[in-house]
Design a protein around this ligand. Structure first.
Ligand code: AMP
Length: 143
């Protein structure tokens, strides 16, 4: 399974925010959309960072209530690891495991075209493995 197939079924919309949006604003969007991370884009639409619930927890632990009025840019991770539509599910499982993060923006020619969460990975990987098991059972039964 490649990322393109996952995007076809889950859609290509990505929640984004700006550098100056407050942590309070970001937290409320994560909560309303029931998602775990937001991509931070600059004026030119370029991906400049990613901020997840983990970053918000860290900011609150470090700064207390003041964290809520800080800009997104103070809490985001700037070195964003991404994948392409042609990446495979096995590749991105390895990327997420090695990087210890659960979100992977999909970038094609510098343009953000989707985002894959660890939930999407689990869902599609399970389906893939189940198909393989069914096929193998078929071979065993007929062989
Ligand atoms: P997560 O597990 O996605 O909640 O993220 C854990 C940490 O990794 C947070 O500090 C995030 O900002 C960061 N992070 C999440 N996704 C990525 C990514 N694709 N590239 C780089 N850092 C990330």
């Amino acid at each position: 399974v490649i990322i393109e197939q996952i995007l076809k079924s889950k859609g290509r919309s990505v929640m984004t925010a700006r550098h100056n949006d407050s942590i309070h604003e970001i937290a409320s969007r994560l909560s309303h959309r029931k998602i775990g991370a937001i991509v931070i884009v600059g004026d030119n639409g370029k991906v400049d960072g990613i901020i997840s619930e983990r970053d918000i927890i860290r900011l609150v632990a470090e700064h207390g209530a003041q964290a809520l009025s800080m800009p997104a840019s103070d809490g985001m991770t700037r070195n964003v690891v991404s994948c392409s539509s042609a990446s495979t599910i096995e590749e991105i499982m390895e990327t997420m495991t090695n990087g210890r993060f659960r979100h992977l923006p999909v970038i094609e020619d510098g343009v953000l075209v989707g985002i894959i969460s660890i939930g999407d990975v689990v869902k599609h990987h399970t389906a893939e493995v189940e198909l393989e098991v069914t096929a193998m059972r078929g071979y065993l039964a007929t062989g």
